[in-house]
Design a protein around this ligand. Structure first.
Ligand SMILES: [Zn+2]
Length: 224
């Protein structure tokens, strides 16, 4: 399968995961892939002929069962590679996404399974994104976004969504807002559009925009 095909499947998968609509719009896809709508239409016709997508002209597109399996396989490679680069090669978590975007298309199954084994069959990547297992099973979303939690509460960060921008990840690391960390959500300030959190005893105001990208599990509602 070509890397272009793999990237299309991955984007359709990501778009359908982040919405509850049945079909992904072609305009949305064109924007996500930075290509023209015409290019997407041509590609959808050929992916449809290959049995990877269900393409309904003017309505949108969905992955077929086979397309979803292939997409999950790319997602699995991407996330395992990211974890390998952080855990074994000790790269910064802000730098691994770009590398994984390239390597995910090149790595053999044998090498990937060895990485999986060396890492002890991990459940999530450095950003907390779940890793599909070798049979293509993906655990459902965990927790809720920090923006949706009622303050005050003690929460544990489990996942960073939309981690493509390395500057955002640099900020989170510096602020101590990384998966696995327990923080206190002190209060929410609707007027300012911020939430006040406390990580390592240090209070910090975080915008709701950032809070929406952090998935957390509530450890304990109320104050400590
Ligand atoms: Zn990534």
């Amino acid at each position: 399968m070509s890397s272009t095909t793999e990237n299309y499947l991955k984007k359709i998968f990501a778009a359908s995961e982040s919405s509850d609509k049945e079909l992904v719009g072609l305009g949305e896809l064109a924007q996500a892939l930075s290509v023209t709508p015409g290019t997407v239409t041509t590609m959808m016709k050929s992916l449809s002929e290959a049995g990877l997508v269900d393409y309904r002209p003017r309505a949108g597109v969905a992955l077929t069962a086979r397309g979803r399996r292939e997409a999950l396989n790319v997602v699995r490679r991407h996330r395992l590679i990211e974890l390998f680069l952080v855990e074994v090669l000790e790269l910064d978590w802000a730098d691994v996404h770009e590398e994984a975007e390239v390597l995910e298309h090149a790595i053999s199954d044998r090498l990937l399974n060895r990485i999986d084994e060396i890492l002890g069959y991990p459940a999530s990547d450095p950003h907390g994104d779940p890793i599909p297992d070798s049979r293509g099973r993906l655990p459902g979303p965990v927790g809720t976004t920090l923006a949706d939690v009622t303050a005050p509460a003690t929460v544990r960060i489990v996942r960073v969504e939309h981690h493509e921008e390395s500057g955002f990840l640099d900020f989170l690391k510096e602020a101590g807002l990384v998966p696995g960390t327990q923080i206190t959500l002190v209060e929410r300030n609707r007027a300012a559009g911020t939430v006040l959190v406390e990580a390592d005893e240090t209070p910090r105001a975080v915008s709701l925009q950032v809070a929406r990208k952090l998935r957390v599990e509530v450890v304990k509602p109320g104050r400590k």
